[in-house]
Design a protein around this ligand. Structure first.
Ligand SMILES: [Zn+2]
Ligand SMILES: [Zn+2]
Length: 123
């Protein structure tokens, strides 16, 4: 059963990496491109990040600069051409419920502002 599931999981390969957020043309899920780099937690040197079993791990086991094996995963908001050599791209599925939730929060505010403006005009 698990093998069957994994076989049908969409890798969102057609979703372009230069887009921040959008819909996958294969499965219709909302995808956000998230870039991550890995730094040595000891000296701060950047390491090439790779995806292994769905986890972001450094390509090297030990830091080439200080020999430490402790690393920190860092999210990069805007990828640049220097970081792109180190970064790993994770195509993250954004649950649509989250977006509906934030929208329903902003709606009541807008209407109350609007009615306040109307009331001020009548005075
Ligand atoms: Zn997909
Ligand atoms: Zn180091």
């Amino acid at each position: 059963m698990e093998f069957f599931k994994r076989n049908h999981e969409c890798k969102h390969d057609k979703f372009p990496p230069d887009k921040d957020i959008g819909y996958c043309s294969d499965c219709g899920e909302l995808i956000e491109n998230q870039w991550f780099i890995i730094r040595c937690s000891c000296c701060g040197v950047k390491h090439k990040a790779i995806l292994k079993n769905g986890q972001i791990v450094p390509q090297e086991k030990f830091c080439h600069n200080c020999g430490s094996k402790n690393f920190i995963v860092e999210r990069v908001n805007k990828i640049n051409f220097i970081d792109i050599n180190y970064a790993v791209l994770v195509k993250t599925v954004i649950p649509v419920e989250n977006i509906r939730y934030t929208q329903s929060w902003s709606e009541p505010k807008e209407t109350s502002n609007y009615t306040r403006k109307l009331l001020q005009q009548f005075r």
